[in-house]
Design a protein. Structure first.
Length: 141
């Protein structure tokens, strides 16, 4: 069980995942600032409200000990804007370039063109064979 865990850690996927989480958290801060600093004030002006969070439908006014009950659809709209911004950046920054790269590689393969050495890194076996040959050449001279 520990051997499998060690292989999982050493393989590098955990590090890639950790980097993705850190970048995602930093990106979330940027999107939150963009939405709260630019989009929310614009929406608040459109609906004549102090803030997007106050935009909603009051179902029951506050009275005595009871708070007002409000359907705050402005909060939902704000979250929707954040989601769309994140989705757009992920699509145009990650998914679209990867799809273009994949289509080009498939077109090259369909045309029978050899893969460019920079596009396809050597396999582990090719590297080991090259190292073996270099060691043989060193030991013989």
């Amino acid at each position: 069980m520990l051997k499998g865990f060690k292989e999982f850690i050493v393989r590098g996927n955990v590090i890639d995942l950790a980097v993705a989480v850190v970048i995602g958290a930093a990106f979330t801060a940027i999107v939150n600032a963009l939405v709260s600093g630019i989009f929310n004030p614009i929406i608040a002006i459109i609906f004549n409200a102090d803030a997007i969070a106050t935009v909603g439908i009051t179902l029951r006014e506050a009275s005595g000990d009871q708070e007002a009950i409000v359907l705050a659809w402005g909060l939902v709209l704000s979250a929707l804007i954040q989601f769309l911004l994140v989705a757009a950046v992920i699509y145009f920054g990650v998914v679209l370039p990867m799809n273009i790269f994949r289509r080009r590689a498939e077109a090259r393969a369909a045309a029978g063109e050899p893969a460019v050495a920079e596009d396809v890194p050597p396999t582990e076996q090719e590297l080991l064979t090259e190292i073996r040959d270099l060691l043989k050449a060193q030991s013989s001279s």
